[in-house]
Design a protein around this ligand. Structure first.
Ligand code: ASP
Length: 314
């Protein structure tokens, strides 16, 4: 038995501290904690990293506080087009769905795509149909909608017509959820789920369902789940890049993650963050925005959650 570790994020599109009440921030932290508990329970009972990240992401997809599942962002047409992926660091198997419109928990469909093995990525009505056939929970679009996202869409449309999109706050723009884990057998896994960014073009596909970009896991290196402007995560193949720096340059998880988020992506004016866990259970959670919903459980079993700079030990 080796050590276990878990880290999650609920996106780097976090409002300024003063824009929400302390009760709202506390409610988001509770859901981060619930997500950690779900993933950690799997790891503590000897379960796989794959099951742990899936369990952790499902809790955040079900929470209205984060941009995935219930509470997901809306595209230009006012529709939800959901994306998720999962990756097994042991085998490099991966599965993903994109442009899904009625899958309650897209990460569950991504897992099933991976297990079926006929495809790595299913999109649009094919993803929805696949989920239906596989008996995965299907819901109406209205299930995903929250007032917060409807308001964010209106704000982004106003920015678009005024030509001030760059001035929009990170929370108006985007968000995502993700989890990474190391299990007792020494295997790594990652999962990510998102509604994309508010007012995204209909049919736009981001980094979340792209293995190597928004999600990546490789035993012996690390597991990574990203959040931020997906087009750049794809261009820089962020997840794979973080793992490669560890493999080829012998960097630590912290060094590699910080280098990619702060330096490589740093030259672009975009929000970006990630969580990563290494083969030794070390955890990194860098971000370049005002805050990132995040949490982690160390190899000693200590729980932490945070939204902005301040980190709460639980
Ligand atoms: N990476 C997501 C996307 O571009 C958004 C985010 O994480 O904020 O779809």
């Amino acid at each position: 038995m080796t050590k276990t570790a878990l880290a999650i994020h609920g996106g780097c599109g976090v409002m300024a501290k003063q824009d929400l009440s302390e009760a709202d921030w506390a409610a988001a932290r509770v859901d981060l904690y619930r997500s950690l508990l779900a993933g950690w329970a799997v790891l503590q009972s000897g379960g796989s990293a794959l099951d742990a990240v899936q369990a952790a992401v499902v809790v955040m997809e079900d929470s209205p506080h984060f941009n995935a599942g219930h509470g997901a962002a809306l595209n230009t047409d006012g529709e939800h087009e959901l994306e998720a992926s999962i990756m097994d660091g042991r085998t490099l198997e991966t599965g993903a769905v994109t442009l899904a419109k009625c899958i309650r928990n897209p990460v569950n469909a991504a897992r099933r795509v991976m297990e079926k093995g006929d495809a790595v990525l299913l999109g649009g009505s094919a993803a929805d149909d696949f989920a239906r056939v596989e008996g995965i929970n299907i819901v109406d679009q209205s299930y995903f909608r929250t007032d917060k996202r409807v308001n964010a869409l209106a704000a982004m449309k106003a920015h678009a017509s005024a030509g001030t999109v760059v001035e929009a706050s990170e929370s108006e723009k985007h968000g995502t959820v993700g989890a990474v884990a190391l299990d007792a057998a020494g295997h790594l896994a990652a999962a990510t789920s998102t509604g994309g960014y508010n007012n995204k073009p209909a049919g736009r596909i981001g980094d979340t369902p792209i293995a190597g970009a928004g999600t990546y896991a490789r035993d012996g290196a690390c597991a990574v789940s990203g959040t931020g402007k997906g087009e750049f995560f794809i261009r820089y193949t962020v997840g794979h890049e973080v793992a490669s720096r560890i493999r080829y340059l012998d960097e630590t998880v912290e060094q590699s993650s910080v280098k990619v988020i702060m330096e490589e992506l740093g030259s672009h004016n975009i929000g970006a963050g990630l969580v990563a866990v290494g083969a030794d259970g070390s955890i990194a959670a860098p971000y370049n925005t005002a805050g990132m919903f995040r949490g982690w459980v160390t190899t000693e079993g200590r729980f932490f959650v945070a939204t902005h700079e301040e980190v709460y030990a639980l």
